[in-house]
Design a protein around this ligand. Structure first.
Ligand code: NAD
Length: 498
């Protein structure tokens, strides 16, 4: 079955909220494609009443007898069907995200496939969820531990991987038995509504997946502050994450925070340098560098620094910028022109502070000048005290620094406030494992980077947030643990007979 997104037949997509299985709201927020500047979509701008309606729809479904009596196996079947329907619609979803994010279509297809793998993983968790039994804690006593759904949960999504990040949260929430209100980014809202419609095509009851589009300070904040929302899984910037954490703390509401990063790629002199150079280019420039785990700090051992930097520069120089439909494109446009300008300013500042521009650094003209394009850029000699070393740029910019020994490498990697992911390249696996364990991050890669699987939980430490998406840990975020304690033999009360 193929379901079209709303109004695919017109040039401009008109995207309304999806509440209780119905389209609601008037599309007014303009979205211009970042690769061309053309108006491609209008999204509804959620009012407080529309946020209320979405939460009410999720709550009504959650409290319904049908939902409450649904068992894990049934939810697994829904998710298995959902994965099939998403697969049938992968091209359409990828085209929407490629156009609205500005990324090459081939990469957007990969994002959708990873999202579908999460749906299958969540189905597997639902199908095999058993809880725990404690038959022997004491004589005549049986206890059961079970994970219960939290209730209505909010899922707040950024713009860099719109469908993928929604699908890295939604199926685990549904597997746990939660109902949801999703808030996509105001720059990339269309695929969320299509995904919600596809969930219903998979027989997931109306009201289980609601979407409100609009801005963070209204729609996002409205979901977060709503008394009937038990938990919010948020992915976005560290700056917004702090606001979310403060708001949630006032209500003692649980939140999961997947925030920014400044991943390091550490290359030792004994590494397989060809593979490490391929990894350095892939990790820094995939998704135009607009990735929370982009390995945007290359930290190279001094004895190979010059040679290795040249290897990385020569590979990155061959990467092609292009529009989403260009099959040769390696990198697309950045999310919007002001962001492109901020990336350019960060590079200019680093060079003014003494960094050496090895590649890129010029906004392209010619046929790409209508879009928010910025080329792969490499700056060497980046001082650890500089902004380019420590702040997330979120663009195709690689900062190169040098280290001398193991302790120096660890200190440099851990020197930023972030802790999402880091990578080490060495042929000495003892060193890979032992140094890897000293790095502060939720994910450590040895001889790989920007890698993963839906089975592996994902998340950060320090300013990269807390909580985990994906895998069993991701599922567990949407549950609370309850014990049921049953006495099967007489217990003598100290108050007996009184
Ligand atoms: P952002 O923080 O600006 O926005 C993220 C989402 O939060 C959007 O939907 C936005 O509308 C919403 N929002 C904004 N203010 C809000 C508020 N007060 N209350 C509730 N919601 C609010 O981030 P972005 O620019 O969309 O995304 C890029 C950032 O996301 C980068 O910092 C990147 O590193 C991070 N990111 C992290 C991960 C991860 O898994 N750790 C993954 C992808 C992106």
């Amino acid at each position: 079955m193929t379901i079209a997104d709303p109004q695919t037949l017109t040039d401009v997509r008109l995207v309304r909220h999806w509440i209780g299985g119905r389209e609601v709201g008037e599309p007014t927020i303009e979205r211009h494609a970042p690769a061309t500047g053309e108006l491609v979509a209008l999204y509804a701008d959620a009012t407080a009443e529309e946020v209320d309606a979405a939460v009410a729809a999720a709550r009504t479904t959650f409290e319904s007898e049908t939902w409450q009596s649904t068992v894990h196996g049934q939810r697994a079947s829904w998710l298995e069907r959902f994965a099939e329907i998403l697969t049938e619609n992968r091209q359409r979803l990828a085209e929407i995200d490629a156009q609205e994010v500005g990324k090459p279509l081939a990469f957007a297809l990969g994002d959708i496939d990873l999202g579908i793998a999460h749906v299958r993983q969540a189905a597997a968790i639902a199908r095999t969820e058993t809880g725990e039994a404690f038959p022997g804690v004491s004589h005549g006593y049986l206890a059961v531990g079970e994970r219960r759904a939290l209730g209505v949960v909010g899922l707040v999504i950024p713009w860099n991987f719109p469908a993928q990040i929604m699908l890295q949260k939604l199926p685990y929430a549904l597997a746990a038995g939660c109902t949801t209100v999703v808030k996509p980014s105001e720059f990339t809202s269309s695929s969320a509504v299509v995904i919600a419609q596809l969930a219903e095509a998979a027989a997931i009851p109306a009201g289980a997946v609601n979407v409100v589009t609009g801005y963070g300070r209204t729609a996002g904040q409205g979901i977060l502050e709503h008394a009937d929302v038990a938990y919010v899984s948020f992915t976005g910037s560290t700056r917004t994450g702090r606001v979310v954490a403060e708001t949630a703390a006032r209500q003692l509401k649980r939140v999961g925070l997947e925030l920014g990063g400044k991943a390091a790629n550490v290359v030792f002199a004994d590494a397989d340098l060809e593979k490490a150079a391929d990894g350095a280019v892939f990790g820094a420039f995939i998704n135009q560098g607009e990735s929370c785990v982009a390995t945007t700090r290359l930290i190279v051992q001094r004895s190979i620094a010059e040679r290795f930097t040249a290897m990385v520069v020569s590979r990155a120089a061959k990467l092609r910028l292009g529009r989403p439909e260009d099959p040769e494109a390696d990198l697309g446009a950045l999310i919007h022109p002001p962001h492109r300008d901020a990336v350019a300013a960060a590079v200019d500042a680093a060079v003014a502070a003494g960094g050496v521009l090895e590649l890129g650094g010029e906004i392209p003209g010619g046929e790409l000048s209508d879009g928010a394009f910025y080329p792969p850029t490499i700056v060497s000699g980046v001082d650890p005290t500089s902004a380019l070393f420590s702040e997330e740029v979120f663009g195709p910019v690689l900062a190169v620094s040098v280290f001398d020994d193991d302790d120096d490498a660890v200190a440099l990697v851990n020197a930023t406030s972030y802790g999402l992911a880091h990578s080490l390249w060495t042929t000495d696996l003892d060193r890979g494992v032992n140094l890897g364990r000293r790095l502060e991050a939720g994910t450590i890669w040895v001889n790989t980077c920007t890698d993963g699987s839906p089975q592996l939980a994902f998340g950060g430490v320090k300013a990269s947030g807390y909580g985990r998406d994906a895998g069993f840990e991701g599922y567990r975020e949407f549950t609370e643990y309850r014990t049921l304690q049953i006495r099967t033999a007489e217990r003598t009360s100290p108050f007996a007979g009184r």
